[in-house]
Design a protein around this ligand. Structure first.
Ligand code: G6P
Ligand code: MG
Length: 216
């Protein structure tokens, strides 16, 4: 019998694919700044905070901005992003995500969200999944970004379980590292080549099951 008492889920790339909206909004900003920004570059922003994402884009274009200008740019990007996520529907939930959370809860396993996003409340409301999480920890509650384990440790604390009793689900390398740094097991969502430090890698939550969880 496994000792797993809780599952902590990243949001972007695990529950929903918002990367495409982040990309569109960052691309619009990069275009305005005359910076060449591709979908390939966008991979580097996954799991990374908003502020750090902007820094990466400015670095790509060799562009320097003051702190105040950076604040304004990040706010502008977020307004475009929020406009897009406000139009999201439950149809955008990634395959198997809802079903796996429901299966966990039915088996008595606690669930938490552990995301870097400050927009998680909006997204969870739009896709109608907020009620499936016993605790929600996101970018509004943490001061240290992944790979720091803060977001996941706060999730475990909110659920009243120890890190060793948690499994994290993550699509980003920084997130897999954060889980490991927090002393938790981690299931990578994506490619085993990229997420090679995870205990198990599946292509999506539709390929996950309580049996696989039990074997971790
Ligand atoms: C997630 C995404 C990142 C995003 C970050 C902050 O980790 O994978 O691409 O930059 O959240 O999102 P926010 O909604 O606060 O801008
Ligand atoms: Mg993610």
């Amino acid at each position: 019998m496994s000792n797993i008492k809780a599952c902590i889920f990243d949001l972007d790339g695990v529950i929903v694919d918002t990367a495409v909206y982040h990309f569109k909004a960052w691309k619009r900003l990069a275009d305005e700044l005359g910076i060449n920004f591709t979908e390939h570059d966008n991979e580097r922003l996954k799991g990374v905070s908003r502020v750090r994402s902007l820094e990466i884009i400015l670095e790509l274009g060799d562009v320097t901005k003051t702190e105040a200008e950076q604040q304004e740019l990040a706010t502008r990007k977020n307004a475009w992003y929020v406009e897009m996520i406000n139009r999201m529907t439950p149809a955008e939930i990634l395959p198997g995500a809802k079903e796996f959370l429901e299966a966990c809860r039915a088996a008595g396993i606690k669930t938490a969200l552990g995301s870097a996003s400050k927009n998680s409340d909006t997204i969870l409301a739009k896709i109608n999944m907020a009620h499936l999480f016993d605790a929600i920890v996101d970018g509004n509650h943490v001061s240290k970004a992944k790979p720091d384990p803060e977001v996941f440790l706060k999730g475990a604390e909110a659920l009243g379980v120890t890190p060793a009793e948690c499994v994290v689900f993550e699509d980003a390398i920084a997130g897999v590292d954060a889980a490991i740094n927090g002393g938790m097991k981690v299931v990578g969502i994506g490619s085993p080549d990229v997420l090679n430090k995870a205990d198990l890698v599946v292509s999506g939550l539709d390929k996950m099951s309580l049996e696989k969880l039990d074997k971790l």
